[in-house]
Design a protein. Structure first.
Length: 231
């Protein structure tokens, strides 16, 4: 299916390694599995779980993906980060990346604060920015695609049955510099609902923003550092 529709999609993949050689090997394996010869974007995934010194080294993961870019295996190179925002700031200071994807939601605004610290640095570098975990992410970072997981409420729904997921998406999408949101979905109905929300996207009113951030502070207290260490 993918080879027939390849020109119709923007295809991204990730490599979870600090090492340049391993990054290239993982990307090549991903291409083989997807039956394609190149992706549009490859991320060094989850920076906070890696060795940032090695990621930035001459033989590190980012340099390896730049080599892969020269070979035509990926059009763009980036990284993702859920926690340890200072590490992301360092990468943005010390090297150029095309795209970065951060955990950006109105609750983790208080915990990790990527929108307060890292986002301005990325905007200043003219880095493309994707928001992830806009609804908070799965509890315990467990994303098993089982029937039980699909039936389980999201993290925010579990905490508040009246929670407005559309407002959460609107908050993330209106952050300065954010171009898109990456949202996990289990069903076609969820996909269609998210598309509808994005099509009617508008900024939050001052009253909506204040109410949402007040609720976000409460969620942040309940969740704690749920992606990993802050520093």
């Amino acid at each position: 299916m993918l080879p027939r529709r390849r020109d119709e999609i923007f295809l991204a993949t990730k490599v979870l390694t600090s090492n340049g050689k391993e990054a290239i090997e993982t990307l090549e394996e991903n291409l083989r599995v997807m039956d394609t010869d190149a992706v549009d974007l490859c991320y060094v995934h989850s920076l906070g779980h890696l060795d940032v010194e090695q990621v930035l080294a001459a033989d590190g993961a980012l340099a390896g993906l730049r080599d892969a870019q020269k070979r035509g295996l990926t059009r763009y190179v980036g990284f993702t980060a859920h926690h340890k925002p200072a590490w992301s700031e360092r990468v943005l200071r010390e090297t150029d990346v095309d795209v970065a994807m951060f955990a950006l939601n109105f609750a983790d605004h208080y915990t990790y604060g990527f929108d307060r610290t890292v986002l301005p640095a990325a905007v200043g570098q003219n880095t493309g920015i994707a928001a992830m975990k806009v609804f908070g992410g799965a509890m315990g970072m467990e994303y098993d695609t089982t029937d039980a997981e699909q039936a389980r409420p999201s993290a925010m729904r579990a905490l508040d049955a009246d929670f407005d997921h559309e407002q959460a998406l609107r908050w993330s999408l209106t952050l300065a510099g954010v171009s898109l949101a990456v949202v996990g979905m289990y069903t076609a109905e969820e996909l269609q609902r998210n598309i509808e929300w994005v099509r009617r996207q508008q900024c939050l009113s001052q009253e909506e923003q204040q109410a949402l951030l007040a609720r976000g502070r409460s969620f942040s207290t309940d969740w704690g550092a749920h992606y990993g260490d802050i520093e």
